[in-house]
Design a protein around this ligand. Structure first.
Ligand SMILES: Cc1cc2nc3c(=O)[nH]c(=O)nc-3n(C[C@H](O)[C@H](O)[C@H](O)COP(=O)(O)O)c2cc1C
Length: 358
């Protein structure tokens, strides 16, 4: 299996499965002298962990992170950083019924076609437990970017057909964390939670949209042509489990506008160039403009549901499936820190690449 690494100068390599011994990540290319602690990384992991509320999976994984190399006396040394979380609360028997059956819309069939074998206990490498490693590495990137006042936050904007119209410019971090769905719009959050509870009680699942905002990115980050900042953000987001869509700036809504409406006019403000609108979403030609970068990420309703479904066995025989086990009815609240982390990894990598040019 290749494709376990991400990034160029700031590079991560993840390993581990949901029901193996541990999930880990090697973070390579972090400059020396960055103060980082297990507690800071743990804070981000606790936002991702299962069992954090009534609308996430009841699995109670503690995801305790260990820094095993690359940090000395509380600061990075410039050498590879190894972060590891041992797996706990494993109940492989939950997956016995899935041993020979392909779950519709999960990765069981494609892993089998590609490798001729698969770890059926919690989907092995296709399990979102792998994203624990990304969130841990992302905590380091977030801390690095904070030194330059670069701020990243994400929130749930839509669940099913319930949409928050909140203006991202008014969103405060505390409002995102003020409810279990991580939507800063309190009234809409209540409706989203009620919908997820209904879906959960029906043994079903539901998807939604996360919005991510990155503030104070200087103009100039991004490497045309194939490593555009927008393209790398797109790849980062589309690499997250269950993501089906990515749009930056005006995205798909831009297609109904005229150029005269969509163009972002430029002006001078206190001696500095400025854009008076931001349909671009903070990048032009794959390079950051200095405006807010904002994008939306669409998550599907996840595959494992306890409703009756038709599928086939590994022996190509028709069968039906009512999945048992402890699954997420809606992954959106747990995916917020994953989106944050992937955004941080991309921005830190491009920050270092831009600086390396001198
Ligand atoms: C935080 C998070 C938790 C997830 N939990 C589940 C789950 O409980 N059950 C499930 O079927 N899929 C879950 N998924 C999605 C699967 O990992 C994913 O759908 C699967 O690997 C197939 O890949 P794809 O949907 O990206 O094509 C989760 C995804 C995320 C981001």
């Amino acid at each position: 299996m290749t494709g376990n690494s991400f990034g160029t100068l700031f590079k991560i390599t993840t390993c581990g499965e949901s029901h193996g011994g541990a999930v880990g990540v090697i973070v390579d290319g972090c400059p020396a002298g960055l103060a980082i602690s297990e507690n800071e990384i743990q804070h981000e992991l606790d936002r991702r962990k299962p069992g954090q509320s009534s609308i996430t999976t009841p699995r109670s994984e503690h995801d305790k992170i260990h820094i095993l190399s690359g940090v000395f006396e509380g600061e990075t040394t410039g050498t590879p950083i190894l972060l590891l979380a041992y797996n706990a609360d494993m109940r492989p028997e939950d997956y016995d019924a899935l041993k020979n059956v392909y779950r519709p819309s999960h990765a069981d069939f494609t892993y089998m076609m590609k490798y001729g074998r698969r770890d059926f206990r919690g989907s092995g490498r296709a399990s979102a437990r792998e994203t624990l490693a990304r969130v841990a590495a992302g905590a380091i990137a977030k801390k690095f970017l904070k030194q330059f006042n670069i701020e990243i936050f994400s929130y749930v904007e839509q669940v099913g057909n319930i949409i928050s119209e909140i203006d991202y410019k008014k969103v405060k971090r505390a409002d995102i964390e003020s409810n279990i769905i991580r939507c800063p719009d309190a009234l809409v959050a209540k409706k989203m939670i009620a919908l997820i509870e209904t879906v959960r009680d029906e043994g079903d699942s539901i998807g939604g949209v996360i919005k991510c905002v990155i503030r104070h990115v200087p103009a100039g980050l991004g490497e045309p042509v194939f490593d555009k900042l927008s393209a790398d953000l797109g790849k980062a987001m589309l690499s997250i489990n269950a993501v089906k869509g990515f749009e930056i700036g005006s995205g798909f809504s831009g297609v109904t506008m005229r150029g005269s409406e969509h163009n972002d006019p430029m002006t001078m403000h206190e001696g500095k160039p400025q854009f008076t609108s931001n349909n671009a979403g903070g990048t032009l030609g794959g390079i950051s403009t200095g405006e807010d970068i904002y994008f939306r990420v669409a998550f599907k309703p996840v595959a494992t549901i306890s409703k009756l479904q038709h599928t086939i066995t590994q022996e190509n025989k028709s069968c039906s499936l009512e999945a048992k086990g402890r699954h997420d009815p809606c992954v959106l609240p747990r995916a917020v820190p994953i989106v944050d982390a992937m955004a941080a990894l991309v921005i830190m990598d491009h920050y270092l690449r831009h600086k390396a040019k001198g």
